[in-house]
Design a protein around this ligand. Structure first.
Ligand code: COA
Length: 328
């Protein structure tokens, strides 16, 4: 039995917020945002669009490419920190939109590492149990709904978007796309990147709304340093486990949080710039969607050849981080 990535998809909302637009909202400048982050613009969903709507659009594209009907799916997962609501889970809301009747649905929250965590979970289910043959793995975020638009330290960074992968296991498929993975977490750093209110620890109240506690809070510099070290060490570990040399990696797709983080990670792994995929200038940080959006862009541009080894790496709140080596 083999397991493969049958299809990929992505969706970003039409509306664009440029750095020039942000200059009118907070005390910032295009020059500061561009040089410190690499971001030029981000896409924002309309008020009446929820994360499941973004996920649904990406899912349709991935299913279409895979040639798989929604009713054939055994599993839908949505990695997100911006679910439509407390419950039902976002995957179930996507299931409803797709009319995918017979599948198991759950969300996975591992912040910006969500898609890597989901790939590992879905791959493990497909590997372990023949009940699961066709899985839709989604990373989707409406981060604009949890951004504090008065905080210049965070509001310039994030955007909305979704990405989807269709995984399939079958006796007819040769080999396994998943070469090796290293996932990790350290809850001791829970304070440096969080959305404090709205859960059981701090339920919503007038005070939490007044104090913008339903928004992303981040210690930027500390996060930056930890992100580089964590991603580099996870990448080194998967390369070592799998016996793959950095020069044999066709592409590295790091989570799109900051172009300086992306460059530092690639440099320390000795992966040349021409093999680093980045689109942060167009989308900003879309959290659990970012790696999937990159993968879909590479795939649809015909830049992934059969057999290519691709290194994915992510870092996010939790803290969570990891790396996965996949074969196209
Ligand atoms: N425009 C203008 N100035 C800004 C600004 C903005 N949007 N945001 C912050 N500043 C100011 C700060 O107030 C500070 O001013 P001060 O020196 O007068 O106090 C100065 O710029 C430097 O701030 P600092 O936070 O040290 O900047 P930085 O170089 O670390 O860049 C981030 C800030 C957020 C871009 C960077 O730390 C980062 O990308 N961190 C990691 C983000 C990340 O990975 N997050 C998610 C993980 S999934």
């Amino acid at each position: 039995m083999g397991i493969t990535i049958r299809g990929t998809g992505k969706f970003v909302p039409e509306k664009i917020l440029t750095n020039a637009d942000l200059e009118k909202m907070v005390e910032t400048s295009d020059e500061w945002i561009t040089t410190r982050t690499g971001i030029h613009q981000r896409h924002l969903a309309a008020a009446d669009v929820a994360t499941s709507d973004l996920a649904y659009e990406a899912a349709k594209q991935a299913l279409d490419m895979a040639g798989i009907k929604p009713e054939e799916l055994d599993l839908i997962t949505v990695a997100t920190v911006t679910p439509d609501m407390g419950f039902p889970n976002t995957a179930a809301l996507v299931q409803k939109k797709l009319k995918a009747q017979k599948c198991v649905c759950f969300d996975l929250e591992a912040a910006c590492s969500g898609l890597l965590y989901s790939i590992e979970v879905a791959h493990s289910l497909l590997l372990a149990n023949k009940k699961y043959r066709k899985a839709l793995v989604i990373g989707a975020e409406k981060l604009s709904s949890i951004v504090d638009w008065t905080d210049r330290g965070t509001c310039v960074l994030f955007g909305d978007g979704a990405a989807a992968l269709v995984l399939e296991s079958s006796d007819e498929i040769e080999g396994d796309f998943y070469i090796a993975g290293k996932l990790a977490a350290d809850g001791n750093y829970d304070n440096i990147l969080r959305l404090p209110a709205g859960g059981s620890a701090m339920p919503a109240s007038h005070e939490t709304v007044d104090q913008h506690l339903h928004c992303i809070k981040m210690a930027g510099q500390e996060t930056f340093k930890l992100a580089v070290n964590a991603m580099v060490s996870a990448c080194k570990e998967v390369l070592e486990i799998s016996g793959v040399e950095p020069e044999n990696v066709a592409w590295i797709i790091p989570h799109q949080a900051n172009h300086r983080i992306i460059s530092a990670v690639a440099q320390r792994l000795t992966i040349s710039d021409d093999r680093v995929y980045s689109n942060i200038e167009r989308y900003g940080n879309t959290s659990s969607a970012s790696i999937g959006i990159c993968l879909d862009e590479l795939n649809r541009a015909g830049k992934l050849k059969k057999g290519d080894v691709v290194l994915l790496t992510a870092f996010g709140g939790g803290l969570t981080w990891g790396a996965e080596l996949i074969r196209w």
